[in-house]
Design a protein around this ligand. Structure first.
Ligand code: SF4
Length: 610
């Protein structure tokens, strides 16, 4: 096989055993890698109803066939498991040297099973895997851990690790690397912590097998040049995704005061231009010349890497308009290993509960000091922090008194940084995303604002599906970053060429589309298998707030979503996907995608339409 190494490293922490397993060409060509491999492995191997924080859950790290080559924005891997936050499929991608090193060590994926008896870190060096004592690392922040491991194993080693939030199994703890790059929003860090696994350090020395090495080099060089030549490149390098804050404010979609509003009175204080005044450098993922991480000095003088999502969720969504203070909260989250989106969401929820007087704690909007205390309390599960550490859905269930009305999540995953009072297409994208409410699968909002935001028509449904195919299915399985395409207009036609150079296979877009749909539908099957008869179309509906509580400020004040129109749009989405009225793929859909066995298996759990 070219392109893929053909190897998966299995690690059993309980038995301290490793096995290298070869997988077949059909797994490679049917699922590509990354998310595709992760869902195939979890679907095949996880028994139904596994407690996500038990040793039986499996943590999968998977890269794609382009990872490790000098190709734009290809230094990523996907980390996946059954989610302790949602109880469904969970994953996230992260740009990390570990992705490159894992492939050079000879593996396309690592599966971690079982639970170590005591805190452990793994040292993977080509053929050798050592189980090492992590007692000295346990209790350290992600930054401290990384520093210590780098001093022992060198700067070029790849590292995947957790902070204290992962150790304490905060249900939105993520996996961290490279001081501020993080992934696995739905609690992948908690799964790692539940296994007593503090870190994986990887180094590899092998050549990757390429079908056309000379052409691969030439294509890579041309592609980097192409990105540099794009007109929007220079501004992107200045602001990265931070430029979206001004855009969101202008278009009334900036999440503000726990998604009550779409505009924030202090938006300019936390926007891209404000950030430029305190920016000290750019950071990025390996193999990327778009380096979108904006490093600034926070209010304590530490480095903090900012982007649109973390600034918005820890800024406007909690009413905080001081960028240096936002940067401090962001740095705290990165050090502890907390997902910044879910963190901003649970803080906003708690502030609203405090304002309404249904909790005794005083947490005024924008109160930086109160937030600092609460972030620590969440990490160490103290008092109210212990309730919030289980995520906003669980917190609302525990606190009660109607608080689920302002618990902003879908399927248990906190909504990321777009208010959808005025954007039904984006609401649909959140509601049908493969991990719960996340923007990554189908960022339709900029297209929607340009083409008519008020509609609930078929063209929006088709656009959501098209984006899910490309972003959720293909990019996540190739483990390449979507941003070169979205932000500077790097053409999609490059990817089949990269694949040909790496694998020797002529894979056209039609085939890639089918793979994208296959991956998306198998993830759907995983969710439905877990929920069984409890599954219904209600799972694909965004929070009540957007339907029932109109915005009160800004040019689009008095806006809200229309529930009957949304329900009709959702049914159109199901029809276009080949799913029944409950959102369950039909047997015909499974068969068309080469997933007949998965369909048959799911059919034993819940009745499928033909
Ligand atoms: S654009 Fe940003 S997120 Fe994407 S690969 Fe580059 S640095 Fe990473």
């Amino acid at each position: 096989m070219y392109g893929w190494t053909g190897n998966i490293l299995r690690i059993d922490l309980t038995k301290k055993k490793t096995v290298v397993e070869q997988y077949g060409t059909s797994m490679a060509s049917d699922f590509l890698g990354g998310r595709g491999f992760a869902i195939k492995i979890l679907w095949d191997e996880l028994p139904l109803g596994v407690d996500p924080l038990s040793p039986i859950n499996k943590l999968v790290f998977a890269a794609g066939p382009l990872t490790g080559w000098p190709l734009p924005s290809s230094g990523k891997l996907v980390v996946a498991a059954k989610s302790p936050l949602t109880a469904g499929y969970g994953d996230g991608n992260v740009g990390t040297q570990a992705a490159v090193q894992m492939r050079r060590a000879g593996y396309d994926a690592i599966i971690v099973d079982g639970k170590a008896e005591t805190p452990t870190f793994l040292l993977v060096q080509d053929n050798s895997t050592q189980f090492l004592d992590a007692k000295d690392l346990w209790g350290l922040s992600s930054f401290e851990t990384e520093k210590k491991l780098r001093s022992l194993h060198g700067r070029s080693s790849g590292m995947l690790l957790i902070g204290q939030a992962g150790e304490n199994m905060v249900r939105f703890a993520n996996v961290v690397c490279q001081e501020g790059r993080a992934g696995g929003r739905p609690g992948m860090g908690a799964v790692m912590g539940s296994k007593n696994l503090k870190a994986i350090v990887i180094t590899g020395s092998r050549e990757l097998p390429s079908a056309h090495p000379k052409e691969m080099k030439e294509l890579g060089a041309e592609a980097y040049k192409e990105i540099l030549s794009k007109p929007s490149y220079a501004f992107w390098k200045r602001q990265g995704t931070m430029m979206t804050i001004e855009w969101s404010q202008e278009n009334s979609v900036l999440p503000t005061y726990n998604y009550r509003e779409g505009v924030f009175e202090n938006a300019s204080e936390i926007g891209g231009f404000a950030m430029e005044k305190i920016k000290v450098s750019n950071r990025g993922c390996p193999q990327c010349n778009m380096t979108c991480g904006n490093v600034v000095k926070d209010s304590g003088g530490g480095d903090s890497e900012l982007d649109y999502e973390n600034v918005t969720m820890l800024g406007s969504n909690i009413g905080l308009g001081d960028l240096k203070e936002v940067a401090t909260l962001n740095r705290m989250a990165d050090e502890f290993g907390l997902d910044t989106i879910s963190l901003g969401n649970v803080l906003g929820f708690a502030m609203e509960a405090s304002e309404k007087g249904i909790i005794k704690e005083k947490i005024p909007w924008g109160d930086f000091k109160a937030c600092q205390v609460l972030v620590e309390d969440i990490t160490f599960k103290r008092s109210l922090g212990g309730i919030l550490a289980n995520g906003v859905r669980s917190a609302a269930e525990k606190i009660g008194r109607g608080s689920s009305r302002w618990a902003m999540h879908v399927k248990g995953l906190e909504i990321s940084a777009y208010d959808c009072h005025t954007t039904p297409g984006m609401a649909l994208a959140y509601a049908t995303s493969s991990i719960g409410a996340h923007h990554k699968d189908a960022w339709i909002i900029s297209w929607e604002v340009k083409t008519g935001r008020e509609g609930y028509g078929v063209e929006k449904v088709e656009k959501v599906i098209e984006l899910q195919r490309i972003r959720a299915g293909i990019f996540e399985s190739l483990t390449v970053c979507r941003l070169p395409w979205i932000e500077v207009g790097f053409g999609l036609e490059w990817y089949p060429k990269f694949l040909w150079a790496a694998t020797g296979m002529e894979i056209n877009w039609e085939t890639l589309d089918t793979i994208g749909d296959r991956v998306f539908n198998l993830i759907r099957a995983f969710w439905i298998r877990e929920f069984g008869e409890k599954w219904s179309a209600e799972m694909d509906v965004p929070p009540t707030r957007w339907f029932e509580e109109p915005t009160t400020i800004g040019p689009l004040k008095q806006s809200k979503l229309d529930r009957p129109k949304y329900d009709a749009m959702l049914q159109t989405y199901y029809e276009k996907r080949g799913w029944d009225m409950r959102g369950i793929p039909s047997m015909t859909t499974f068969s068309r995608l080469g997933l007949a066995d998965a369909g048959k298996q799911l059919g034993k759990r819940i009745k499928l339409s033909t």
